[in-house]
Design a protein around this ligand. Sequence first.
Ligand SMILES: Nc1ncnc2c1ncn2[C@@H]1O[C@H](COP(=O)(O)OP(=O)(O)OP(=O)(O)O)[C@@H](O)[C@H]1O
Ligand SMILES: [Mg+2]
Length: 276
Amino acid sequence: MQTQSNSIAAVFEERARESMATSETLLRCDNLRKSFRSGAQEIVPIDGLDFSILRGEMVSIVGPSGTGKSTLLHILAALDTPTSGTVYFGGNSLRSFSEAELAEYRNRAVGLVWQRHHLLPDFTAAENVAMPLLVRGVALEQALQTAGGWLSEVGLASRTEQRAGELSGGEQQRVAIARALVNGPALLLADEPTGDLDERSAENVFELMQRLHASYHLTSVLATHNLSLARRTGRVLLMERGKLTPATNVHADSAGAASVPTGPDQNLGRVQVTRV
Ligand SMILES: Nc1ncnc2c1ncn2[C@@H]1O[C@H](COP(=O)(O)OP(=O)(O)OP(=O)(O)O)[C@@H](O)[C@H]1O
Ligand SMILES: [Mg+2]
């Protein structure tokens, strides 16, 4: 018997397939605006933002703190709604999705990785990775088996039974990446995934993301303050004054970026970004 969840997934996948046939754009933002009210003040981190990403692209978003990178990723993940404007996934407006379809979108279409891994420290690595499968009703044994496969994929086959709280920062982020991918999303959204890691762990986690991006035909959006990693993605966009603009000539020394630029053509110590 088909469960409600399965039938929703079928509808969702059919929809996505239809639009994929006519367009290679996976995600598109049309005149996006997001404002927050803080007392008498209105904060507008996103203001008339247009953005699209082709299937298979890996794009990084850089920009000073507080410019709206996380706000945008939350909107793309349907964890928050824009004040105005529209996000299209596979040609379908997220506004047209029912609550059940939005839940399906969050659980199946999008994988999320945060700066802090948000693992459950008292649960094992495998249980953490299995969580999104359990949420959509997969049986425990099957979920743990699939989770074990993903832990092998991220180089942690020997750690499946270890409590997440006992793993190193880099290992925890690998578990978080496995958890993000366990439901086979098309889109991977990562918000400063290496922000809490030392240089070597950051490099390892970034290389893992690049490998998985290619192996699983992902479309990836990465917000980062690390410009030396950003410039190794296919496209670097600068978040500034509520909009995304293409950035070229992204320079950072081998240690990556400790700071980010505050505007075009500004050289803040070791880092320089020039807008097109
Ligand atoms: N829920 C909220 N309520 C009020 N203001 C908010 C809320 N979320 C974000 N903001 C404000 O929106 C602006 C953008 O925040 P955001 O976290 O998106 O920036 P960011 O580019 O991710 O910064 P960082 O690089 O430090 O992570 C900030 O001024 C922030 O204070
Ligand atoms: Mg942020």
